[in-house]
Design a protein around this ligand. Sequence first.
Ligand SMILES: *[C@@H]1O[C@H](CO)[C@@H](O)[C@H](O)[C@H]1NC(C)=O
Ligand SMILES: *[C@@H]1O[C@H](CO)[C@@H](O)[C@H](O)[C@H]1NC(C)=O
Ligand SMILES: [Cu+2]
Length: 155
Amino acid sequence: MATKALLITLLIAAAMAPALAVDYMVGEGEGWKLKVNYTEWAAGKTFVVGDNLIFMYPAEDHNVIQVSGADFKACNKSGALRGPYNSGNDKIALDAPGKRWYICGKEGHCDGGMKLVVSVEAGAPAPAPSSAPATGSLVWMAASVAAAFSMVMAF
Ligand SMILES: *[C@@H]1O[C@H](CO)[C@@H](O)[C@H](O)[C@H]1NC(C)=O
Ligand SMILES: *[C@@H]1O[C@H](CO)[C@@H](O)[C@H](O)[C@H]1NC(C)=O
Ligand SMILES: [Cu+2]
């Protein structure tokens, strides 16, 4: 009985929590390497601010450089905006909306397909701090947490 109420409370709290950030393994099981079509990999995925890209590769074989759209098109690594990243396990935070272009800086690899463009969407807008609904949901959240806490203490 108490367990069921607790479960419901937790489900409500979970539903109100902001969407969790997603870690995207670039290339899935293939990782970051030659002869993978990263346009296909990115197709149909929705990248949101707060998500991360993870580039996995043997550190001595590849790297990751963020470049401009023009440099991406030309496979030009000279104008790095960020990077090179070269740990072989690079977790890159998508911290702002907009397009981001990544290439491998090793000779010929960008031309060989190691290039990825993602379009990052803004997350859900933060509620205005002083608006009534936001205050109401804060009170509701506090009440839920208090209820859950008291039920936990009752066990
Ligand atoms: C990668 O896939 C996209 C979408 O299917 C396609 O348009 C493009 O030509 C492919 N690129 C290569 C190099 O095969
Ligand atoms: C490559 O990028 C650098 C820096 O952005 C730029 O000065 C240079 O002209 C570019 N080269 C080509 C071939 O686009
Ligand atoms: Cu490479």
